[in-house]
Design a protein around this ligand. Structure first.
Ligand SMILES: *Cc1c(COP(=O)(O)O)cnc(C)c1O
Length: 449
């Protein structure tokens, strides 16, 4: 069906909409250094009725017809319509499960609570959704004879894992710049194993970002950070996919953790497209959660977004959002203005307790998801979320990538914080009677109501 139409997309300056560039041009910013965005020919897309788009997206889901079985490429006309299917680099990302958090929701008084488990993905985070798009476009440019020696990114861990995997699959050299000692071991081993050129630099994320910007400007290495708006095109499918999973019913709230703020911009962009093309009519609200240690958007929100000032981010267990100078702050503020947005913050102990409490109900949360769960609790406390509201929390990474802080929590190793609900393993000698006695005591203590 849609193949007969002439869907088009291009880069456009966010600040100056007339300034346009082709998607196969190597360009990350407009003439004055402002961000670009990918803009689609909405009139052309609107020639297909909303109901037909829904049927097309549903028909393609979980099927194997290349590349439409991917959650991202099943929406290809809305993502990169002119990309040659042979150049798609996909691991059939997307279609992560939407978990009905029945028990956790009941415990906090929100019955209709859903957690989108984006970490159930090839490299364990939502970054796969954007990276498939970026690396596919690079493959297309290389096939057209462009001289691109490598793709590169600065990362707090998950971007580098995704870039390394997709680049390895496409046989394109990848270079990653990580802040030394500031990412988890599980995250570090991913680009190492995938054969990327891995730099661990004596700086923070913002320092790595400065290096990769210079390298891409001066040495022609292709920049894979979310400053590159191709990433946003893939990530924007998350909101569309969630609404599809809810049988096209729009929830009252989305709650999402924010660092560099590309993901919240992407979420809103997907919702914008569904509204523009008539797939939905209701607007949800969006809340961004930030770690108190890296909260420039929260501080800006306190001043009604009239000013935005970068900060020096401090150490947080939510290491993937330890970012003080987020590149997409303007896009994020626009997004929050369009979706009646709110920003909340979470302290270190709040993050750990929220993760531990939710883990006890069968989840296994990364600390960033913990930040979103703290925000959820605060919105509930302030009465902004009502009993009957349907809420979707976007869980950004798999908990298995972030086990250190859970180990420290349960082994009570996080001085000065005293964990409220630690569950250390019981270490004892292996005698039947003693073990049995202890087990029965524990069952009684924990589960008898
Ligand atoms: C990258 C990342 C974020 C933050 O996304 P931004 O687009 O940078 O705001 C949150 N959680 C995890 C696990 C991430 O990897």
């Amino acid at each position: 069906m849609p193949d007969k139409l002439h869907h088009r997309a291009w880069f456009e300056s966010v600040a100056k909409p007339g300034e346009r560039y082709a998607l196969d041009e190597i360009r990350y910013t407009d003439e004055t250094g402002g961000l670009l965005q990918v803009v689609h020919d909405i009139d052309e897309l609107a020639k297909t009725p909303a109901e037909e788009w829904k049927r097309t997206f549903e028909r393609r889901s979980h099927r194997n017809e290349w590349p439409y079985g991917s959650g991202v490429w099943g929406k290809k006309e809305w993502v990169l319509p002119e990309l040659d299917n042979d150049n798609v680099v996909s691991m059939y990302e997307g279609h992560s499960n939407l978990f009905w958090a029945e028990r956790y929701g009941r415990e906090i008084g929100i019955e209709d609570l859903w957690i989108k488990l984006c970490g159930n993905s090839h490299t364990g985070s939502f970054k796969d959704l954007g990276m498939t798009v970026l690396v596919s476009q690079v493959k297309q440019m290389i096939s057209q004879g462009n001289d691109i020696p490598a793709v590169a990114c600065a990362s707090t861990g998950d971007t580098s894992a995704a870039l390394a995997a997709y680049a390895a699959a496409a046989d394109i050299p990848a270079v990653v710049f990580l802040p030394r000692g500031k990412i988890s071991l599980a995250q570090l081993i991913q680009p190492v194993a995938n054969g990327a050129i891995v730099f661990a630099l004596d700086t923070d994320f913002d320092g790595c970002m400065e290096i990769v910007k210079q390298i891409s400007e001066k040495d022609g290495v292709y920049l894979a950070n979310s400053m590159n708006s191709l990433r946003v095109e893939g990530q924007k499918t998350v909101g569309i996919e969630i609404v599809q999973q809810l049988d096209w019913e729009v929830p009252e709230w989305f709650i999402i953790p924010g660092g560099n703020l590309g993901n919240v911009s992407a979420l809103a962009k997907g919702l914008d497209m569904m509204l523009a093309l008539g797939l939905i009519v209701k607007k949800p609200r969006i809340c961004v959660g930030q770690a108190e240690a890296a909260n420039p958007l929260y501080l800006s929100y306190q001043k009604d977004f009239e000013v935005f000032e970068p900060i020096a981010a401090r150490k947080t267990v939510a290491s993937a959002i330890q970012i003080g100078n987020p590149i997409s702050h303007d896009k994020a503020i626009d997004a929050l203005r369009r979706y009646d947005g709110v920003v909340e913050q979470a302290s270190e102990s709040e993050i750990m307790e929220a993760c531990a409490a939710a883990d006890r109900t069968g989840l296994f949360n990364c600390p960033h998801t913990g930040v979103a769960l703290v925000a959820l609790g605060k919105l509930r406390g302030r009465g902004l979320i009502r009993d009957s509201d349907r809420v979707v929390v976007i869980s950004t990474a798999h908990g298995l990538k972030f086990t250190d802080f859970k180990l420290d929590y349960h082994q009570m190793n996080i001085d000065p914080i005293v964990p409220e609900n630690p569950n250390p393993p019981i270490e004892m000698s292996a005698g039947y009677e003693d073990v049995r006695g202890r087990m029965l005591r524990e069952i009684d203590l924990r589960f008898r109501r």
